[in-house]
Design a protein around this ligand. Structure first.
Ligand code: HPA
Ligand code: ZN
Length: 322
């Protein structure tokens, strides 16, 4: 079979997906109608036409507006079920799903509503799925602590803690104390770093927050010593090719450094980030990268292997998914 078919059909794990970023415009409009929420856009087409981003912040503004239609447990269920169905079609066998509770609790939606809806959809899916609670880094560490407290009654429903939203000016060390607490509690730790922010944020995420994976991390190639460290320590990077193009981290896919990362011996993975906003789910990300870069069968196999190696699952459960 063709490389394209092999890439489509190979079993894979998705380790970097924001569930709020899987909300398709059609579902945003359906939920707005169901909940009597008014939107700033008159139609699905007008909303989709606004998806022309210049940087991370220009995306985040629209992403948070889209999430405003989520009010009831069933809304969170429907969003998550739609993502998992789409992931299954791309042969995703396991997904570690970020959710941003502060985006919802700040609007008066109870923590219980958010977690119960997302979790129930994961339980109902044939795809293995676990949850990572992500703190918004543009908010204070105090707000992150309050969010952790509100989520702890549901701690059996999420396995890890992440850090996302506006990167520049919000370095990892801003969250040192709350991440230390999360580590004591036994959660897996990850953080977005080196998407738009400098390579130094990757280093402080590892050294100060003690994260186990770096989300994005592509800007590590601005620092040769850091590239060597990531390869030596086999730190997984959850790379999101279409996201990086849509948010202008690279000018076009031909300039993406995915191949460079793999050739440097870094444990890179491919992921969709916010598939409803960036032009595609897992296989679209693989296909776009493989079409633009001289990646071959061995790279495809390595990316699939890395995705399971970097997953927060016991070895026996990984084996059972293949
Ligand atoms: N970066 C930072 N925050 C985010 C992203 C991202 O790519 N997607 C959703 N929140
Ligand atoms: Zn992300």
């Amino acid at each position: 079979p063709q490389l394209r078919t092999i890439v489509q059909q190979m079993p894979k794990a998705e380790l970097h997906i924001h569930i709020e970023g899987s909300l398709e415009p059609e579902l945003i409009f359906a939920l707005a109608q169901r909940n009597n929420v008014s939107l700033a856009y008159p139609s699905v087409e007008a909303l989709r036409a606004a998806y022309a981003f210049t940087d991370l912040q220009s995306f985040l503004d629209i992403y948070y507006a889209g999430a405003s239609v989520l009010l009831k447990e069933q809304d969170f269920y429907d969003m998550t079920a739609a993502y998992l169905q789409r992931a299954a079609a791309d042969n995703v066998r396991h997904a570690e799903i970020f959710f941003d509770p502060q985006t919802h609790t700040a609007r008066g939606v109870p923590m219980q509503t958010v977690i119960a809806g997302i979790y129930r959809a994961c339980q109902d899916s044939p795809v293995s799925a676990t949850l990572i609670l992500s703190f918004l880094r543009h908010l204070s560490e105090e707000d992150a602590f309050a969010t952790l407290e509100a989520a702890l009654p549901h701690r059996d429903k999420f396995i890890g803690i992440g850090l996302d939203s506006s990167e520049r000016g919000n370095p990892p060390e801003k969250f040192a104390r709350v991440f230390a607490r999360c580590k004591e509690l036994g959660f897996h730790l990850v953080a977005h770093a080196g998407e738009e922010g400098p390579p130094a944020y990757i280093s402080t995420a590892l050294d100060t927050l003690q994260v186990e994976r770096i989300d994005h991390g592509v800007r590590c190639t601005d620092d040769a010593a850091l590239v060597q460290r990531l390869a030596r320590e086999q730190v997984a990077l959850t790379v999101c090719p279409l996201s990086n193009i849509k948010l202008c981290v690279f000018g076009d896919m031909g300039q993406h450094n995915l191949l460079q990362l793999l050739d440097a011996g870094i444990m890179a993975t491919v992921n969709s980030d916010d598939p409803a906003y960036f032009g595609g789910y897992m296989n679209a990300n693989f296909e776009a990268a493989f079409a633009a870069l001289p990646l071959g069968l061995h790279h495809a196999q390595r990316l699939a292997r890395n995705s399971f190696a970097a997953a927060f699952l016991p070895a026996a459960q990984k084996q059972a998914l293949l």
